[in-house]
Write a protein that binds this ligand. Structure first.
Ligand code: CP
Ligand code: NVA
Length: 310
């Protein structure tokens, strides 16, 4: 790997200035796309997508972003590669680096994307691991900024509630708290706290995080109310057990009655209606989940532009 190859494996890989730059560029690219301005700085470039888990939004929005920038994409499921027959990551990373200009990886262990990045000569982007989903948190905050205001002081004054599992998306939001300065109150059942190492890393980088057990305590205080599935990809065997533990953490109308009237509801999707969120709340006036899903594409275009120096 050349020293200057920049990867995005977790939010803490970015400085505050880099986060703001990615967000501002995301807004610019969104405006351009909506007003029909077409520019193709990635002409002749190729984005590889190596996915070990299913995806609707991350895959299609990265592909659409790369095509919009004028580039091409190659989608690779792990099963179709020699990786599945034991070819080492370090060999795969070096070979793929000679074919494509950037690789988005969705996989299980964070150590897999880390090892990939050590051997790749091209930028590696984490498209979700068990521990992090950096592009998700960055595109989510775009949606919040559109509603609540884009200036730095407004962002740093936000109160963000996380309701449910202390999982990958929660971890990336925690790291974003370190970079953008907003407060987070995480309401999760005992035993489902965020990873202690990531919590430590985030707090030592300046994140303001409080963990509570009562979802009402988080919701009534919040400008932004975020939730996610109770069983993430790879935890399917625990789904039934988790439904029991997480039942008091459902984002439903009675919980939303406690929230400030202008609180915004986010869910990275896919949602399990009737589990972590009800149909009424996801379809309700406080929900911005469709804008949130759209913004993934604009933020991904911005990440590609930055990492590929377009
Ligand atoms: N939010 C998100 O990452 O969705 P997908 O699993 O569909 O990519
Ligand atoms: N926490 C979820 C997010 C899906 C986008 C998962 O990892 O399955």
């Amino acid at each position: 790997m050349t020293d200057k190859t920049k990867h995005l494996l977790r939010v803490l890989d970015l400085t505050t200035d880099e986060c703001l730059r990615l967000l501002n560029d995301g807004f610019r690219l969104k405006r351009q796309k909506r007003s029909g301005i077409r520019q193709f700085p990635a002409t002749g470039m190729v984005l590889g997508l190596l996915f070990e888990k299913p995806s609707t939004r991350t895959r299609v929005s990265f592909e659409a972003a790369m095509f919009t920038l004028g580039g091409n994409v190659i989608y690779m499921s792990r099963d179709a590669l020699q990786l599945s027959r034991g070819e080492p990551i370090k060999d795969t990373a070096r070979v793929l680096s000679r074919y494509v200009d950037c690789i988005v990886i969705r996989t299980f262990g964070q150590e897999i994307v880390e090892e990939f990045s050590q051997w790749a000569d091209v930028p590696i982007i984490n498209g979700l691991t068990d521990k992090h989903h950096p592009c998700q948190a960055l595109s989510d905050i775009m949606t919040v900024m559109e509603v609540k205001g884009k200036d730095k002081d407004t962002i740093s004054a936000l109160k963000v509630a996380w309701i449910g599992d202390g999982n990958n998306v929660c971890h990336s939001w925690m790291e974003l708290s370190a970079r953008l300065g907003f407060e987070m109150r995480i309401a999760c059942p005992e035993g489902f706290d965020p990873d202690p190492q990531i919590l430590n890393d985030s707090i030592s980088e300046g994140a303001k995080i409080e963990i509570v057990r009562d979802p009402a305590q988080a919701v009534k205080w919040a400008d932004v109310i975020n939730t996610d599935v109770w069983a993430s990809m790879g935890q399917e065997d625990e789904a039934e057990e988790r439904k029991k533990v997480f039942a008091p953490y459902q984002l439903n109308e009675s919980l939303m009655k406690l929230a400030p009237k202008d609180a915004i509801v986010l869910h990275c999707l896919p949602a399990h209606r009737g589990e972590e969120i009800t149909d009424e709340v996801i379809e309700g006036n406080n929900s911005y989940v469709w804008e949130q899903a759209e913004n993934k594409m604009h933020l991904h275009a911005s990440v590609l532009s930055y990492l590929l120096s377009l």
